[in-house]
Design a protein around this ligand. Structure first.
Ligand code: ZN
Length: 336
């Protein structure tokens, strides 16, 4: 292209994919359910680049007391300055919502990086007993603020293991004023009954669901693909840098550790190499679907297109990452 400085290199035999979009990352650390010493530390950009993740969406979880949206926004901007495309959600587990400006509408309307609300805890012992009407109003406020600021702003719902499952979501859309696609339940494969409700959310309500990447998820997804799960209906996120606590049946904490940020890469590789899913299908929940969920696809995120961000991964034929680019700049790897 005339007047544009370019670098040409030979990628023959390589596999080039869009960079991964991770829609659920505790960028300033999460956790704390076992006391202050169990607060998980903040992250840095390099582990994301090494894992092929080029866009992250940060959020607050259980702890909306010692963790602030201002800290999260600072981290988002710091990451962006280092080439990792970063956004965030307002709110956290609780209702009434914790916000940056005092108003979730103003957070969304005035802060460019804020592209939704969450993660709001539902059917979980760490939740706040939100009612269906409160959830509906919160999601409609979020959506309206998104409409006024030109964003698609879903509510991400942390799903716990209580038997109520997705009941609140079904009630919140029952009068047909709130599109189901604005309520995204995550951790959806936490147990079998929750997954079954998630599939109903997709098939009956036209909703979307989000899986948390973990060992064995590739087999679950492979099975669902073979059973005709609509290809644009689901995403996979890492819950990275958050806590991974285990509780007993009475809610007592048994153990706690920090979730890793490389689980999108591991799940993608398993889908292709172990489950024999096509590269195209295996990529969707980590790239196009994740970007579209938050209205980022038109910015050239989650895809490779002329005029897009040029965020991409170069794999060797064994699906080992050789190079990662964001914004057209090589962040890891070396041109040989
Ligand atoms: Zn969660």
């Amino acid at each position: 292209m005339p007047g544009v400085s370019v670098t040409e290199f030979d990628a023959a035999g390589k596999i080039i994919t869009p960079g991964f979009v991770d829609g659920h990352v505790h960028l300033i650390g999460g956790g704390g359910e076992g006391g202050f010493s169990t607060r998980m530390p903040a992250g840095s950009v390099l582990p994301f680049f090494r894992s092929g993740t080029t866009t992250v969406i940060g959020l607050l979880g259980t702890d909306g007391i010692t963790r602030e949206h201002s800290q999260l926004l600072g981290q988002v901007r710091g990451f962006s300055e280092q080439g990792l495309n970063a956004y965030m959600l307002t709110g956290n587990y609780r209702f009434p919502p914790k916000t940056l400006t005092g108003s979730l509408l103003e957070d969304i309307a005035f802060i460019p990086e804020i592209i939704g609300f969450g993660e709001l805890a539902i059917s979980d012992h760490r939740g706040s007993c939100i009612t269906a009407h409160e959830l509906q109003r919160l999601a409609m406020d979020t959506r309206i603020a998104g409409m006024l600021s030109g964003k698609k702003t879903p509510v991400v719902l942390h799903m716990g293991s209580a038997p109520a499952g997705l009941q609140l979501l079904r009630e919140a859309v029952s009068d047909s004023t709130l599109p189901a696609s604005f309520l995204i339940p995550t951790h959806i494969s936490r147990n079998e009954s929750l997954l079954a409700e998630g599939l109903e959310w997709v098939n009956k309500y036209n909703g979307r669901i989000d899986f948390t990447a973990k060992a064995g998820l590739s087999a679950t997804i492979s099975n669902l693909i073979q059973n005709d799960l609509p290809e644009d209906s689901y995403t996979v996120s890492s819950d990275g840098l958050g806590s991974f606590p285990t509780f007993d049946s009475s809610g007592e904490l048994l153990s706690i550790k920090q979730a890793q940020v490389d689980t999108l890469l591991l799940t993608f590789k398993e889908l292709v190499l172990k489950e024999n899913i096509s590269i195209h299908s295996a990529l969707l929940p980590f790239t196009r679907n994740a970007a579209d969920c938050f209205g980022l696809g038109d910015k050239g995120i989650g895809n490779i297109r002329i005029g897009g961000r040029a965020d991409f991964i170069i794999f060797n034929p064994d699906f080992e990452i050789e190079e990662v680019y964001t914004d057209g700049v090589r962040r890891i790897g070396r041109i040989s």
